[in-house]
Design a binder for this molecule. Structure first.
Ligand SMILES: [Zn+2]
Length: 87
């Protein structure tokens, strides 16, 4: 049985299931290869991955699950600015 990796072994639904593990670097090498191959043939999944990444980046920035309008507390910004003025 010849083992071919052409990205079509995974369905888009499976890709979505794998996104979190992929971004965490937890996908096994074989699955990661198939995942990336799928991305080269499926613009829809690329779009999904990018929007997922953006959402996740925002969540990390705010420390919350939901993005907020003001990711950085005003108090923190003022404290940083104040600290810079001192030096
Ligand atoms: Zn896809």
């Amino acid at each position: 049985m010849a083992e071919t990796l052409d990205g079509t072994e995974l369905t888009c639904r499976q890709i979505i299931d794998f996104v979190q593990a992929y971004l965490d670097g937890e996908l096994p090498p074989r699955e990661q290869t198939i995942f990336e191959l799928h991305l080269t043939i499926c613009p829809d999944c690329v779009n999904y991955l990018q929007s997922y990444q953006a959402t996740q980046a925002l969540s990390k920035l705010t420390g919350e699950d939901e993005p907020t309008e003001s990711p950085i507390p005003v108090d923190l910004i003022q404290a940083i600015l104040a600290a810079r003025k001192k030096t």
